[in-house]
Design a protein. Structure first.
Length: 277
């Protein structure tokens, strides 16, 4: 079973990497529909061409064009862009500063201390990963079929812990674990252009869904329930989707993950089991 947990964890790391790679977007300002880092008459013209069907653009450009935030692209957006370009308008109605992502997710990701839990599903296998840090110590936990393996970096040393066995051992920090922790953080740092917020019913619950678009034609959707992030859905340009269930997200460390319980026994064989897996 120990080897199975490691195998599933490796697959999870690869899965994270496949959806994180290439999903990043350069930062563009609303109104910069031509993507030249400027907001001027050329953008207003392109908006009119989009509105009349003369030009086809991707979802990210459409999100940049809808500066009036009414879900439509028309002459009102073009006029607002012209007014902004000439200094008659100080800011657009559309903004991502008040999104739940900006107010609930970004502060956690930018914090030195954090705890984030993500459940990943690959086929019939489901792994719950939790990462936590207090700024100096880091922990990555993976639980599969009730069996948890925890990797701890503390005071310049690295450890493997198996809570079910109440055992631990010192080891070199596995590169895969460092990558997994980094990828989990990077997924929430993807710079997408905010499109809109919609109400989506899933089962008996209604979520606030914030949709963001990237220049690589990826779509990122954040599903919030009572202002808490519950699900992250990423869809690449090929239409392939991956859903990540968020089990926890807070701007504070989980001290229980960052310490070795006093009753745990040291067992060197844990390191050999990991290396063989």
């Amino acid at each position: 079973m120990f080897k199975k947990v490691i195998a599933v964890l490796m697959v999870s790391a690869i899965m994270f990497a496949s959806f994180a790679t290439g999903a990043f977007a350069a930062l563009y300002n609303y109104g910069d529909v031509t993507l030249d880092k400027k907001v001027n008459a050329s953008d207003a013209l392109l908006v009119l061409q989009i509105a009349t069907g003369i030009k086809k653009t991707n979802d990210m450009q459409k999100a940049l064009a809808d500066v009036t935030a009414d879900g439509k692209i028309n002459s009102n957006d073009a006029l607002s862009i012209l007014m902004y370009a000439t200094g008659q308008l100080k800011e657009f109605k559309k903004t991502d500063k008040n999104t739940l992502k900006a107010t609930k997710v970004d502060p956690v990701i930018s914090s030195k201390a954090y705890t984030i839990g993500v459940t990943m599903t690959e086929g019939n296998d489901k792994v719950n990963c939790v990462i936590s840090s207090d700024g100096s110590s880091n922990a990555t936990s993976a639980t599969y079929m009730g069996i948890e393996i925890r990797f701890l970096e503390k005071d310049g040393k690295s450890y493997i812990l198996v809570p079910l066995l109440a055992k631990y051992c010192e080891t070199e920090s596995p590169e895969m674990i460092e990558e997994l922790r980094g990828l989990i953080l990077e997924i929430f740092k993807i710079d997408g252009v905010y499109g809109a917020t919609t109400q989506e019913k899933v089962g008996t619950k209604t979520y606030s869904c914030e949709t963001f678009y990237t220049s690589s034609d990826s779509t990122i959707q954040y599903y919030f329930l009572s202002n808490e992030l519950k699900t992250l859905k990423m869809t690449n340009g090929k239409g392939e989707s991956q859903v990540f269930d968020i089990t926890q997200m807070k701007a504070s460390a989980d001290s229980s993950m960052l310490n070795i319980p006093s009753h745990y026994k040291y067992d060197e064989s844990l390191k050999n089991m990991f290396e063989q897996a």
